[in-house]
Design a protein around this ligand. Sequence first.
Ligand code: FES
Ligand code: FES
Length: 204
Amino acid sequence: MHDNPSSKDSGFDRRAFIAGAAGSALVPLTARAATEGVSSAAVPDPALPVDVTLRVNGKDKRLRLDARTTVLDALREHMGLIGSKKGCDHGQCGACTVLIDDRRVVSCLTLALAAEGQDITTIEGLATDDRLHPMQQAFIDNDAFQCGYCTPGQIMSAVACVKEGHAGSDADIREYMSGNICRCAAYPNIVSAVKQAAPEIMKG
Ligand code: FES
Ligand code: FES
């Protein structure tokens, strides 16, 4: 991650913010300042807007965000990419799953600042031209959704599941898709979809 001049201009150091947040996520900055004998006036206000460039589906997008903005909110509220869904907003349902540098992450628990300089892929970025991604097609072919709310997260997770080499058996697929909850219980058809798409994805 590189320093951003404009954030320095605003008096906010993102590197320090992220390091501080990672080290003591549950302790408010002002409380830490009090316990550490630091004047609260010296602690940067995390609500100050900062400039961040996110690379989403192959395109850079420059945003000015509250430093506490998650990737999910940056996508949905600031970029109009509403394919990634907000279910629990607590990292427990998988509806918000995106790929960051080809790893699946729950975007509701990932700070946008921490994703700067990495490649974010959302459900909107899977299809090429007018051709659906094999996993999208497989979900349709296998009727692997009902209400569809969990589907974008399921598909992103399923793509990663295959690429990680965890689609060798039904049990394997169920295990490695277990972080994605479906209230409609479309699980058997989701397993079928992953099995259908896996060979094509592995071909590249
Ligand atoms: S909305 Fe992120 S895991 Fe549920
Ligand atoms: S299809 Fe409705 S929650 Fe999964």
